[in-house]
Each structure stands twice: as structure tokens, then as C-alpha cells.
Design a protein around this ligand. Sequence first.
Ligand code: ADP
Ligand code: MG
Length: 476
Amino acid sequence: MAQVTPREVLLNTALIRGLADQAKDAALLHGVLMRTEECPNSSEVMTYAPFTLFPTPVPSDVFHQALEVQTHFNVLVDRISQDPVFLEDALASTIKSDDFTGKLFNIYRQILKEGQSQSIVLGLNRSDYMLDQREDGSSALKQIEINTIAASFGGLASKTPTVHRHVLQVAGLLEQSQRILDNNPAAGLGRGLAKAWELYGSERAVVMFLVEDVQRNILDHRYVENELWRRNITTIRRRFDDLSETMSLDKDNRLFVNDQEVAVVYFRNGYMPQNYSSEQSWETRLTMERSLAVKCPDISTHLAGTKKVQQELARPGVLEKFFPDQPQVVEQIRATFTGLYTLDMGPEGDQSVKMALANPDRFVLKPQREGGGNNIYGSEICRVLEGVRGSVERSAYILMDKIQPQPVHNYLLRRDASLQLSMCLSELGVFGAYVRQGGDMVMNECVGHLLRTKSSEYADGGVAAGVAVLDNPLLV
Ligand code: ADP
Ligand code: MG
């Protein structure tokens, strides 16, 4: 086939239809899979996980900037998790106004009082960014948030490069096809889990994935599980409800599920209020935190990933406190921060409210929630802030500058959706994995990336929420 330009391809309808069909087959062939909405807990029927037809151009310098800062974010999260004074101060107002964060914090306090039984810490996180468009046309890497619990799509992201390479090859874009990077977060996440399991030091003990009630994205987990099975490490999957009757601690605080000792609990659930459907689920979380099992994350690392902590980190002098002798590290991390503003009661919070009301389209209002679809934008910001501005309720939120990426044309492939050219925005995620034993960091790595893309019509919402789709960066 003659060499064609990307633009010609993008507008050639017949070619696009053929490519989309081939792309979907490639996704099935290479295991970019999800269960269906109608049968979310059965693998009898599977479909492709939604993805873009084409990879999205990402400037090479900002991409590498994101990879390079990741091990510093790992250390930062880990240090925050070991600083009760900081966590207590940072979250003091939030835990009074946000019941969910308050409940997590109660567990944290309880564990602080009793003392942690396990000194091995495993962190598997994902730092998410958008590229803010500067006036001179260049783009700046700006952090959206860091996910310290249940960061997903490391499995499927390991399989999407092959799919995009194939699509570009079929489209005659050979040179581009060769520029799609290898990516294997599943291997790195698996390595972290395996390291924690090994340090725990019991051959017979298992790794337990704590999973959701609805498990459409099970294949994403399976890729990580597979990394453990191939090392002869047994993994089990349990929901909160499965554990109320079967989980126990022995006299040394070792965690058992029926008769199986658990070396590592990997939370792929437990980050939203609705994940804790009863008091029993909260009890189960507390029991796991008390146990000798390595928790990924432990309660303090979970709290280190809250949006309120993110906002407190952006205050002058705070990063310096976590990296006292490393001004370059501070600079590298801070370069990724956009404006973040407190809404706590007091003159500073009053100022933030005023600023947001005067210019709502410049900001995002964020509650302490995860999982997509919770943030507040535009005129809705005014409505919410008008309602809470005079009360402590407002400290359940933080205010953040809205990042404005350059929209790019692409086709979003999603089951039963019509094929149409969309204006899209992308979000780059970088996976971090670390293991600490007492005072020693025994592993600290950047283990891969994830690009997700959504139609610019939507302000918010992830892949699981049915808004964003999987993508790959094409470095330019
Ligand atoms: P969640 O924990 O629900 O994933 P996020 O902070 O990641 O919360 O926000 C969800 C989505 O909202 C992001 O994926 C992004 O699309 C959008 N978003 C969040 N913060 C900003 C921001 N500061 N500027 C622009 N878009 C944002
Ligand atoms: Mg997010």
C-alpha cells in the first residue's frame, strides 16, 4: 500500500469502517477484553474493552517527564503515609464534613493506637495527568490526581500496543506503527505483589484480591494474577461479603480466609462509600488493617491519595518538608502541580469561594471521591458553592484549576456505538510500584503507562464509567 498521511486516513470513511472492524478483531485476538453490561459477572460472553481507533500524539518530552517523576511520587506517597501529624492536620476539616473519609480515618486512628503489625508496605499507584495547553502552543504536564488504591487498567494497557500497531500497519502508516511503545504495567504490578509475598515469607500463604461485587473488568485483574501464578504464587479473589464469615486472625494476627493464610491483600475495591454496603464491610476492613498481611494499600497510604492531601501538598513549603535535602526532587514534583485551593472555613477558603464564583469555568470542584463522575464543573460549581459557602460542608471539597488540553480528532470504538469522528481529550497515567520493609525501600519503580481518551463533550468519567476508552501514546 502507498504511504498515506494520517489526515487522509482519518477522513476516508470506507477505510475507517474496515479499520474499525480489524481493530475490534485485533482487540479480541490480543485479549483487550471486558465482560458485558448485561452479564457483568460471567465470562460466557465477553466483548472488547472500549478503545480508540488510533493512538494519540503525545510530546515525547512531557511523556518522559511523567515517567521520570514517578519514583519520586512513590517516595512522596510513602513518606506521607508515615507522617501522622501531617495526615491529621491535612484531613482535620475533611473528616468532619465527609463521612466516608471520616470512617477511613477512624480505622487509621485505631491502627495508630494499636500499632501496625506489619512493617512491609506495598504501594501500587497511578499518577494521572493532562497536558495543559500553553499560549505558545507547547504543553505542560499537570497532575489530575494520584490513585493509591485500586488503580486499574495496568493489565489491559499491556495488550493495547499490539492492537494499535496492527491498526496503523493496516492503514499503511508503518513508520507510526513502529513508534508505538511497548508497555507492560501488569508485569511490574505483579513484580511488586510477588516481592511483598516473598518478604512475608510463607510458602503456603496466598495473595488475596479484594474485588467488587460487579466484576466487568476481571480480565484486567487476570493479567496481574497471571504474573503471580507463573511464579507459583496462589491468588484468590474475594468480595467483602465473602469474608464476613470466613476471615479470621490468629493469636499472632496472621490473616486467614478459611484455612488459607493471606500474605498480601490487594484492594481492587474499597475506595467508594457504596463498596462498604454494611457495617460488616467496615469491620472486615479494620480486621485486614490489623492483620499481619501486607495491605496494598494500607489505610495510611489510602488516605495519602485523597484529594484533600493533594491540595495540602501544593501549599508552599510542604514538599520541602518531605524532601528536606532534595530541592531538585521538589522542583520536579511541583512542576506537575496546577493550582489547588482549600475550601476550609476561614479567610483563605473564603477567597477560594469568591474566585470560583467569579470564574467557574476556570475551575473544577472536587469532593473526596474516586471512580469518576463525581466532580463539579461550570455553573454547577456556583450552585453547589452557594449552598455550602457559609458552612463547614464546604471543606468536604477542594478547588482545582481546570486543565485545558488540546483536543484531537479520533474515533472511539465502543460496543454498539456508531462510528463517528470525535473531538477527544486524553489523560496520561503512570504506574508506580514500590515495596518498603521497615526503613528500607527494597523496590521503587515506574512500571508503565496508560493513556485514556474521551470525547471532549464529557468533562469527567473514566473507562469503567463508560466515558473514557483505552488508548496509546504516539510520541511526537
Ligand atoms: P476520580 O477519582 O473520580 O477519577 P479525578 O480527579 O481523576 O477523580 O477526576 C475525574 C476526571 O475529571 C478526570 O479523569 C478528568 O477527565 C477530569 N478532571 C479532573 N480534574 C481535572 C482538572 N483539574 N482539569 C480538567 N479536567 C479534570
Ligand atoms: Mg481519576
